[in-house]
Design a protein around this ligand. Structure first.
Ligand SMILES: Cc1ncc(COP(=O)(O)O)c(C=O)c1O
Length: 380
């Protein structure tokens, strides 16, 4: 089905962060919200819930596990046990609470910058200490730095918060890297917490591999955190999944305080079930629209900002732009906002490797994307 971004006049009626953070003359291409209309089956499920006044607490026995298992089986051939799916408020809460259930205060937790900025704070909120092991960027693209990971595991670090597919570079980690990580983790007694919220947005032709499927070791020591929030634009509804595939990790999740699952939002749950059960045609339409924008962005940069390297992401709607050639300093998003009235996410927030970079959200109309790049080019 065709999915098209809404026009700016309608979008500016939205009251979410994307549309309220900046004045009306700024094009907001920062936070990870999309400009497409809500998928019809989700809108219907929410309208139905309002009609029933079904606005109470989310039931602990619900359809989310079975709906996600159906989606994961269909999309990735991943056999998820619905009984090993728990829910909570959002992926951020899932990260904090899962880590809290795993670590002791002061334990080190690896993250792999440049990476989704809240990871730094979420590890700290759970009582851990961030151990950055930056990704490597070479001829063949982005990879985990397996040698550096082994060094920190040898040094006693026992936890890693993986981002797969990786925000901000839109890279689904390759299966060889994931298998190697699982081997290292098994050898050193490491637990892998894998944030897979961007996975449904993997482009046709690219491969996303769920961490828990890569080997029996990964299933044993891994836990997947995900949500329909990114792929179906439901962040405001608040519902995320904690998925396990072993008795050992199930015990970690069932030992979390009951409040963790009680804080799932009823509307988030209803929307998530509708997304996983009936949202695939809409998702495929969004993937087609994103694919067009991914190509358009490359063309626009070639024509108007030829010094800006860009690797089209294989998953998601975020482009990681190396703006160092513009001479706009460590945080080029500041100049982009001031001179071009384009709001981007500041690269340095993603960790030290983000200096001179900015992240651009292209889940918008081709017209908005073209206007944004023209504004940036004119501001140089
Ligand atoms: C990798 C990653 N994890 C988590 C989140 C936040 O998810 P939630 O809104 O469910 O907390 C995002 C949001 O963009 C993200 O990119």
């Amino acid at each position: 089905m065709d999915v098209t971004a809404e026009p700016l006049t309608l979008l500016r009626e939205r009251t979410s962060m994307k549309w309220r953070n900046y004045p009306g003359d700024v094009l907001p291409l920062f936070i990870a919200e999309m400009d497409y209309p809500l998928a019809e089956p989700i809108a219907e499920a929410l309208h139905d819930a309002v009609r029933r006044s079904d606005t109470g607490y989310a039931a602990p026995a619900n359809d989310l596990g079975e709906a996600f298992a159906g989606f994961a089986g269909n999309r990735w051939g991943w056999r998820v046990d619905p009984d090993q799916v728990a829910s909570t408020t959002d992926v951020s809460v899932a990260i904090v609470e899962t880590l809290r259930g795993l670590i002791l205060p002061g334990d080190r937790v690896v993250i792999t910058p440049p990476v989704y900025p809240p990871f730094f704070d979420l590890v700290a909120e759970a009582g851990g200490r961030v151990e950055p092991v930056p990704l490597l960027h070479g001829q063949t693209g982005w990879t985990l730095d397996l040698d550096a990971l082994e060094r920190v595991f040898l040094g006693g670090t026992r936890f890693i918060l993986l981002c797969n597919p990786h925000n901000p570079i839109g890279h689904p980690h390759g299966i060889e890297d994931l298998i190697a990580l699982a081997e290292l983790a098994a050898r050193h007694g490491v637990t892998v917490v894998s944030d897979e919220v961007h996975a449904p947005l993997t482009r046709a032709g690219a491969v996303f591999t769920p961490y828990l499927t890569v080997s029996p070791e990964a299933a044993e020591h891994g836990v997947c955190l995900t949500s329909a929030s990114k792929a179906w634009n439901l962040a405001g509804l608040k519902c995320a999944l904690i998925v396990t595939a072993s008795e050992r990790m199930r015990r970690v999740v069932t030992a979390l305080p009951q409040e963790v699952s009680w804080r799932t939002s009823q509307f988030g749950l209803i929307a998530g079930v509708a997304a996983y059960r009936h949202g695939q045609p809409w998702l495929d339409g969004v993937l087609a629209a994103l694919d067009a924008n991914r190509g358009l962005l490359g063309d626009l940069l070639d024509a108007q900002l030829p010094g800006v390297p860009y690797s089209p992401p294989d998953a998601g709607f975020l482009a990681w732009l190396d703006l160092r050639s513009l001479g706009w300093g460590d945080d080029p998003s500041a100049a982009a906002l001031e001179r071009a009235k384009v709001a981007l996410s500041p690269g340095p927030m993603f960790g030290t490797p983000g200096q001179g970079f900015a992240r651009l959200n292209f889940a918008c109309s081709p017209e908005v994307l073209s206007e944004a790049i023209s504004r940036l080019a004119a501001a140089i």
